[in-house]
Ligand binder design. Sequence first.
Ligand SMILES: Cc1cc2nc3c(=O)[nH]c(=O)nc-3n(C[C@H](O)[C@H](O)[C@H](O)COP(=O)(O)OP(=O)(O)OC[C@H]3O[C@@H](n4cnc5c(N)ncnc54)[C@H](O)[C@@H]3O)c2cc1C
Length: 452
Amino acid sequence: MLDKGVVGALEAELEPGTVVTDHEVMESYRYDRALTIRPGRPVAVVRARSTADVQVTLRLASRFGVPVVTRGAGTGLSGGSSAIDGCITLSLERMRSISVDAAAMVATVQPGLLNVEVKAEAARFGLWYPPDPSSYEICSIGGNLATNAGGLCCVKYGVTTDYVLGLEVVLADGRLVRLGGRTVKDVAGYDLKRLFVGSEGTLGVITEATLRLRPPPATSSTVVASFGQVVDSGRAVVQIVSSLRPAVLEMMDGAAITAVERVRPMGLGPDIGALLLGQSDAGPHEVALMAQACEQSGATFVAVTDDPDEGEMLMGARRMAIPCVERLGAVLIEDVGVPIPAIPTLIAEIGAVAERRSTPIPIVGHAGDGNFHPLVIFDPADPAAAERAELAFDDIMKVALSLGGTISGEHGVGVLKADHLAAQLGEVAAELTRTIKSALDPRNILNPRKWV
Ligand SMILES: Cc1cc2nc3c(=O)[nH]c(=O)nc-3n(C[C@H](O)[C@H](O)[C@H](O)COP(=O)(O)OP(=O)(O)OC[C@H]3O[C@@H](n4cnc5c(N)ncnc54)[C@H](O)[C@@H]3O)c2cc1C
């Protein structure tokens, strides 16, 4: 049998304990956090300890023509690391080395470290690794690289790709390639490393990265503003971003706040239409201007605090929003992005979709980036509600595209949005995408779900 063949070959070449076939153990490697997606069943989970293990796995998978789903920490929200029937799930959780070169201001990391561990090790040298997805305590740096993860401070400090100087990648046939290096500037040849950042395990497996670090920012002050009308919070964002560089600018609408309040009460009333949370590390002047922009855009309450604990408490509430909303039902998690001036229109249109489809859609977002997560809630036991939710999910992506935006600002295409990528790319870019995929993975073994 083909499947037995590849498993036997893997077991013969890899150290004992690396290849897992126990069904109970494999169960925990089937899912990611896109909870509406039904994953398949792997034939084996390879828990790689080294780049050499990854090379062996891909060489054999290629030879046997078996699909490989690479897995970091499985916190993805688009189904990218959920298993495919008959696949090898390649887990990188055991590849966890890190070394910091403080003089060069770089960290060389293996993919299995959590984002929070990379930050902590950089901090030991007085340095900072900025990208901070809300899931930073539970997601891997390899997953961040593979999804080009964003986060809260990305509005000022950029996303994952902005910190990648070099990559080590294992290609589909098991060959190893090193791209980029440790230099800050490098324009020799195509920037191939950027092709792999955000490629969601479809082009190669990232086994090491050299990441740029920077000095930590000054302590932040926080502004919190509540709005009666959710669209007014969008207007405030446009005004702030057009003239200031906030370090964080996040939004939660009233329904998202209510969901968080149920889990962690903060005394925020049900009459709030939206909350804007901003931070500045550029001094009191900038925070005052952010507060002023909120007032001018119709905020009903504005407060500023220099207390870092208070600021962190508010940001913590924002980070909890998605899991808190998930307690209300099944959730299709949107991730649309639009150009900044289009934010108020996007927010208004999401409200219209919710009404038209009779479906609750709380909104949270990295507002300063124009990247929002409308959370389409439905009762999975009610087929009509599920159908309306699917339609609402599609409607929101169409709205984003009509505003010159994107179907995914940070979570990636995965399985959840695979049917929608072509609509954004257009014919020529879709053809280019297929050409690149078949050049790098001619046997189509790496996350072989059809994107375009
Ligand atoms: C509560 C919550 C909040 C979140 N907030 C944010 C946020 O603010 N910003 C954000 O961007 N995301 C956010 N996410 C989504 C998720 O945490 C990120 O996408 C993260 O980068 C995934 O990392 P992971 O290690 O869990 O990857 P996984 O889910 O294991 O994998 C993600 C994708 O990357 C591929 N992959 C993983 N590792 C490698 C590798 N080494 N080489 C090649 N391919 C690989 C997988 O095949 C898959 O396609 C959130 C998730 C949750 C649950």
